[in-house]
Design a protein around this ligand. Structure first.
Ligand code: 4G1
Length: 263
């Protein structure tokens, strides 16, 4: 059971996020608990202002520290052993390894920034981890918090049906997924690969591994370079190398400007 608490000035953004699919099921089956805290509830004054002009001047607004501190303290009261995570473009870039690390925590308090960011004193005194979901400009940290929650929640035992377990997906074996097909056999003139209809499970597994490898090589070389490749996978790569060398060798045996004169 992980307790997710999102701190935001727009808590309604999370209403639909908690309400569908695996996240909803996880909440219903008490595998996770999920809630939001409105930072504005901890702002003072008639207008409950959460932002202010930056010291030193410049354009844009900064989130005031007091409402954030109040919201974080309230979240910690609900989840005393939770870690506090700030979503920020300055954070460590989120990936599956970070997701696994976070899945071992008892709770995650996710602080979502708005405007140009939050007062630096909050980062220093209230935050355990600074995390970024990648290099682009957002209008707020809320979508980033949802991405973290989504990736972490599905790693909790029992969240996914046993058949489609977390060990079975792309990043746990470091390759992209092979091409998938379902009915009908012919769709607008395109067929399903013959081997998948054969019922030969050995051949199907061989095809799938090779399809995963070639895909990862063509689309995401960076993943293959990082991966610890198995003996079986090395064999497949060597087979490709021999095939490519054959093609190149055949070319070098041809004298230039013969045949059709093609390049
Ligand atoms: C400078 C991106 C600013 C953005 C440089 C990934 C982006 C939270 C993330 C920004 C945010 C770059 C994230 C930028 C994010 C305050 C409110 C910060 C929104 C804010 C590359 C705006 N992962 N961005 N600034 O987007 O919160 O988590």
């Amino acid at each position: 059971m992980i307790n997710f608490i999102a701190l935001t000035i727009f808590p309604e953004m999370f209403n639909s996020f908690w309400s569908y699919g695996i996240i909803r099921k996880g909440i219903e089956q008490k595998k996770i608990s999920a809630s939001t805290i409105n930072i504005r509830d901890f702002a003072e004054g008639k207008h409950r202002v959460t932002d202010d002009r930056p010291y030193g001047g410049g354009c844009g607004m900064v989130m005031k520290p007091e409402p954030l501190a109040g919201a974080i303290r309230a979240a910690r009261k609900k989840a005393p052993s939770a870690k506090t995570i700030l979503l920020t473009p300055q954070g460590r870039v989120f990936n599956q390894n970070v997701a696994c690390e976070f899945a071992s925590f008892e709770g995650l308090i996710l602080v979502c920034g708005r405007y140009e960011g939050i007062d630096e004193r909050i980062c220093h005194n209230f935050i355990d981890y600074e995390i970024s979901i990648g290099d682009y400009v957002l209008t707020g940290g809320e979508p980033a918090a949802m991405i973290i929650i989504d990736a972490v929640a599905r790693l909790i035992p029992g969240m996914l049906g046993g058949k489609n377990s977390a060990e079975n997906d792309s990043f746990s074996h470091g390759l992209l997924e092979y091409a998938q097909y379902t009915r009908p056999r012919t769709f607008e003139g395109s067929e399903v690969p013959e081997v998948l209809l054969s019922g030969n499970h050995m051949e199907i597994e061989k095809w799938r591994l090779e399809a995963s490898l070639i895909r990862t090589f063509l689309k995401r070389k960076d993943l293959l370079e990082k991966k610890l490749i198995s003996k079986n996978e090395v064999k497949i790569l060597e087979k490709w190398r021999r095939d490519i060398e054959k093609i190149i060798h055949a070319q070098s045996l041809r004298s230039p400007d013969t045949l059709s004169g093609s390049k």
